[in-house]
Design a protein around this ligand. Structure first.
Ligand code: FAD
Ligand code: NAI
Length: 475
């Protein structure tokens, strides 16, 4: 039996990064991952690489280029005649991008001397003399032993009760990323991150998209001012979003799917779609892991119970990423993975959950870090707010992309930055400055005094910081 210091189960962003960091710290490390590519070969990278972050961003990019060619190139004096979309080619490009990332991870494992096992890992039982045994099945059959185990098995899409994903008509994120031709009509259940990103892709390609959301508020976790702006802009783009809807029976026919629902004002309605994406959240992957036999406690929803440091209830068993509490984000999983490896080495890393950025890659993008105005109000924190519209930013005008704004929230007394919220071009990149400011405990004045290159979108961040003190220069 192969002996390791650390075995990581799951090769998504939580697991593969934890394995690399553990190996860098001198641990003899193995990573087990079961994901298969179309040919049955290994495809490490988890949900993020295979059916999440990376492929969705590839499709968002392709569809945005198409949207620009149809609707925005004319503003720049570019005439495009007969623009058309080859969906099969777009999907093939997306698959190639995914493969580059799979291959990149296999290369990184080699470079860092992480032993990779392609298969499914499960605890053989309780640890004996402090050593855990993990049985591997699937393409590889083996049993490995290690003092430390990191569970990073991730999550999968939650189905509507009684409505299984067939990935032809009723699609999870997997099917939503592999639609072969643009549907005429697309239904989306859940106006969360996946619903809005995938809805945007297929709307840009010409689908008539209807989103049915259960909650009465749009993007409830997002700053209210940003959510209001987003709702206005998505409506203008033609995304039909119905809030406060109660979804009833979902019936699949040969080529279409019919959804019965009750509207917010109590009307019984139904709609028929060529495809239906169900994006109502995700559930942790713990089935078949036999974790309980090793003394690892699960909560009633199947998440692995961990403390603030990602320790489970079993000695030297850790868990990170989507399979534990907290936001289901790739970068959160990575930070936890690195921190666990460093803790095993006796170091004292810290992951500040208040400084984890969120990004929704719609157009315009939405990004935020820290507290929203509604959270600060509810907590009774006295704060100052400053915002700056992209309409008044030179670079945004040159780009032809002036929708949205940057908003900074700072403590009324100390001026410490408590949150940053962006809706607009490249919000995903701009938010890094807010994360940095918050990690360093910066004040809004600190951001305002930093020299930002001109003309850049980041000047909107500086101006929002100036606006906290009511002294914008360009608005
Ligand atoms: P996963 O990535 O789910 O990886 C777990 C891995 O473990 C998988 O490969 C799985 O096959 C394997 N596994 C499970 N059980 C076993 C077992 N018993 N033995 C062996 N292997 C096993 N997050 C972002 O931050 N930014 C984004 O833009 C973003 N976009 C997304 C878009 C979509 C459509 C989806 C669905 C998700 C997106 N996410 C995004 C979320 C992100 O993908 C997850 O938060 C992230 O992948 C979690 O990483 P993880 O390592 O915890 O788990
Ligand atoms: P989500 O939690 O973002 O949104 C789910 C939505 O569905 C919510 O608005 C919820 O109110 C609604 N809903 C739940 N049950 C419903 C029902 N029965 N009928 C109608 N509406 C219902 O979940 P989503 O979009 O599935 O994504 C899962 C997770 O994946 C995200 O929370 C996020 O952590 C991650 N992700 C991150 C991305 C990013 O960082 N850009 C992109 C995509 C996913």
């Amino acid at each position: 039996m192969d002996q390791f210091d650390v075995v990581v189960i799951g090769g998504g962003p939580g697991g593969y990064v934890a394995a690399i960091r553990a190996a860098q710290l001198g641990f003899r490390t193995a990573c087990i991952d079961e994901w298969k590519n179309a040919k049955g070969g290994p495809a490490p990278g988890g949900t993020c690489t295979n059916v999440g972050c990376i492929p969705s961003k590839a499709l968002l990019q392709s569809s945005e280029h198409y949207d620009h060619a149809l609707h925005h190139f004319g503003d720049h004096g570019i005439t495009v005649k007969g623009a058309s979309m080859d969906v099969a080619k777009m999907i093939a490009r997306k698959d190639a991008v995914v493969k580059q990332n799979n291959d990149g991870i296999l290369y990184l494992f080699k470079k860092n001397k992480v032993t990779f096992f392609h298969g499914r890992g499960a605890f053989a039982g309780a640890a004996k003399d402090g050593v855990h045994e993990i049985a591997i099945s699937g393409p590889t059959t083996a049993t490995v032993a290690a003092k430390h185990v990191i569970i990073a098995t991730g999550s999968n899409a939650r189905a509507l009760p009684g409505v299984a994903f067939d990935e032809k008509l009723v699609l999870s994120n997997e099917g939503a990323l592999a639609i072969g031709e643009t549907p005429k009509t697309l239904g989306v259940i859940g106006a969360g991150v996946i619903g809005l990103e995938m809805g945007s892709v297929w709307r840009r390609l010409g689908a008539e998209v209807t989103v049915l959301e259960g909650l009465p508020n749009f993007l409830g976790a997002v700053d209210e001012q940003v959510a209001k702006e987003a709702a206005k802009l998505f409506k203008k783009q033609g995304l039909a979003i119905h809030l406060g809807v109660k979804v009833g029976a979902v019936k699949t026919g040969k080529n279409a799917v019919t959804v019965a629902f009750t509207t917010a004002d109590g009307k019984a309605e139904s709609a028929t779609f060529d495809k239906l994406i169900v994006s109502i959240g995700r559930v942790p992957n713990t089935t078949g892991l036999n974790a309980e036999a090793a003394g690892v406690k699960l909560d009633p929803r199947g998440f692995i119970v961990v403390d603030d440091d990602c320790r489970t209830s079993a000695a030297n068993v850790w868990a990170v990423g989507d399979v534990v509490r907290g936001p289901m984000l790739a970068h959160k999983a990575e930070e936890e993975g690195v921190a666990v490896a460093e803790r095993m080495a006796g170091q004292h890393p810290h992951v500040d959950f208040n400084c984890i950025p969120w990004v929704i890659y719609t157009s315009p993008e939405i990004a935020w870090v820290g507290q929203t105005e509604q959270q600060l109000k509810a907590a009774g924190v006295a704060y100052k707010a400053g915002s700056f519209p992209f309409l008044a930013n030179g670079r945004a005008r040159a780009l032809g992309n002036t929708e949205g704004f940057v908003k900074i929230l700072a403590d009324a007394k100390t001026d410490r930055v408590l949150g940053m919220h962006v809706i607009g071009p490249m919000a995903s990149e701009l938010i890094a400055e807010g994360v940095m400011a918050m990690e360093f405990g910066a004040s809004s004045e600190d951001i305002a005094r930093i020299c930002h290159a001109h003309p850049t979108l980041s000047e909107a961040t500086k101006e929002a910081a100036l606006a906290v003190d009511k002294r914008t220069l360009n608005f």
